[in-house]
Design a protein around this ligand. Structure first.
Ligand code: NIG
Ligand code: FE
Length: 414
């Protein structure tokens, strides 16, 4: 092995491996594995070994040393398992209207809401939409988010959904963050579609799904199950067709009314996201299932409504991930650490539960088991914060920014 094959980074004051933690259930900070004065040995895109900096230096004298000066806490590269960062325009008007007393649904019914963003997104060329997706992805990457799920759903016609998914694919080739795309053509029935909800869903599943497979545009199908969008009865056959074709499914569930999470669990969805309206029954079903419950505190902050019952989900044994839902309407902030930290304050989550929710539990929501922990064999995706105490990261509620972000074994330059 030549010197250039191995990189040894350290010393790191506290390395949080997030290893040896279960996928489901409550976690306390005693369970957090912390290696002090640690080193990370990187080979190519992956972590070869972690351990004490002094031990690794002796064991691997051939490694290129990347010596850190100062105190740093390392956590795994964050995984944001639910975003809508591919969009055109702004919905600042909706935000102001909501704060002046109008509800999300009232604004949507009056022509604002998702449809407004559809109009603004359709107006962009493929290249402009790609450029704006890259910009958002790189902002996220600079804040330590190394894997980003990105949904379509602001195209809502065959051509425009394809434009969005192609933009996400092109953006993925131009950012060092990994982008995981999801087709959300079932965000709502488009206003310019003359037909029923089932007719729209039938068009998408019969005409769009085959192209998604052919062009390898996505492996995931999402839908908004809600009174204002699609009912459980309407969406179930759509999801079944998707699953028969080999897609994973994920659901916008229980945001305002229930029904979505039960559908998600019944169909074995990878995740059920939102859950602000989930009650005891839904929490119990989710906790017993393999479906990851995804809290989206950014949407609660954007809309001024309840937080996902994260504490109850964890206490009943569920798997809880936390994602930003970054979108121009309900969650314009897009700061994952800030939002996760605020959720922790309101829902009383341990630091370990929060870190698990934005790393390996979020990776599981995307069906990924090669990231979200810093340990041998995992992708070398990690973030260094300028601190000697891991608790400072959430304490600063998003204002502590990473000093370095490493993605697939490379120091990111955004
Ligand atoms: O996850 N709930 C539906 N979809 C998005 C909001 C999209 C929008 O308002 O533009 C969400 O919050
Ligand atoms: Fe969403």
């Amino acid at each position: 092995m030549t010197k250039n094959d191995l990189k040894l980074l350290g010393p790191i004051t506290q390395l949080l491996t997030l290893d040896h933690l279960p996928l489901k259930g409550a976690l306390n900070d005693e369970q957090l594995e912390i290696i002090e004065q640690a080193g990370i040995l990187i080979e190519g895109e992956k972590v070869l070994k972690i351990g004490l900096w002094t031990d690794l230096k002796t064991e691997f004298p051939e490694a290129e040393l990347i010596e850190m000066a100062g105190d740093f806490v390392a956590i795994p590269g964050m995984v944001d398992c639910h975003t809508h960062i591919c969009f055109g325009g702004s919905r600042a008007k909706d935000f102001a209207l909501r704060n002046a007393g109008k509800t999300y649904l009232e604004i949507a019914q009056a022509g604002g809401g998702i449809w407004d963003t559809v109009t603004q997104t359709r107006a962009l060329s493929l290249d402009d939409l790609t450029a704006s997706t890259i910009k958002n992805a790189n902002r996220h990457l600079s804040e330590g988010v190394t894997t980003i799920e990105v949904k379509s759903g602001y195209g809502l016609s065959l051509a425009e959904e394809l434009k969005m998914l192609r933009a996400i694919q092109k953006a993925g080739a131009s950012t060092s963050a990994d982008l995981v795309s999801t087709c959300l053509a079932a965000h709502m029935k488009p206003r310019d579609f003359e037909g029923s909800n089932p007719e729209y869903l039938e068009l998408i599943s019969s005409q769009l799904f085959p192209v998604l497979i052919e062009e390898k545009l996505t492996k995931r199908i999402d839908a908004f199950v809600e009174k204002s969008a699609f009912s459980p009865e309407e969406i179930t056959p759509y999801f079944k067709v998707a699953q028969e074709l080999g897609f994973d499914i994920t659901v916008h569930a229980d945001q305002f009314t229930t029904g979505g999470s039960e559908t998600a669990v019944k169909l074995g969805a990878k995740s059920a996201d939102h859950l602000e309206a989930s009650g005891e029954k839904e929490i119990g079903l989710l906790a017993k299932s393999d479906t990851i419950a995804v809290a989206l505190p950014g949407a609660s902050l954007g809309l001024g409504c309840a937080f996902t019952p994260a504490r109850k989900i964890l206490d009943q044994g569920g798997a809880l991930a936390i994602a930003s839902d970054w979108n121009p309407g309900s969650a314009p902030m897009g700061d994952l650490i800030a939002q996760a930290s605020i959720l922790a304050t309101f829902e009383k989550l341990s630091t370990t539960e929060v870190f698990a929710g934005i790393t390996f539990r979020a990776a599981a929501a995307l069906g990924l088991d090669d990231r979200g922990k810093i340990t041998a064999g995992m992708l070398a995706d990690f973030v260094l914060f300028p601190s000697k105490d891991y608790r400072e990261i959430l304490y600063h509620q998003g204002k502590m920014k990473p000093t370095q972000v490493w993605k697939r074994g490379k120091l990111s330059d955004v």
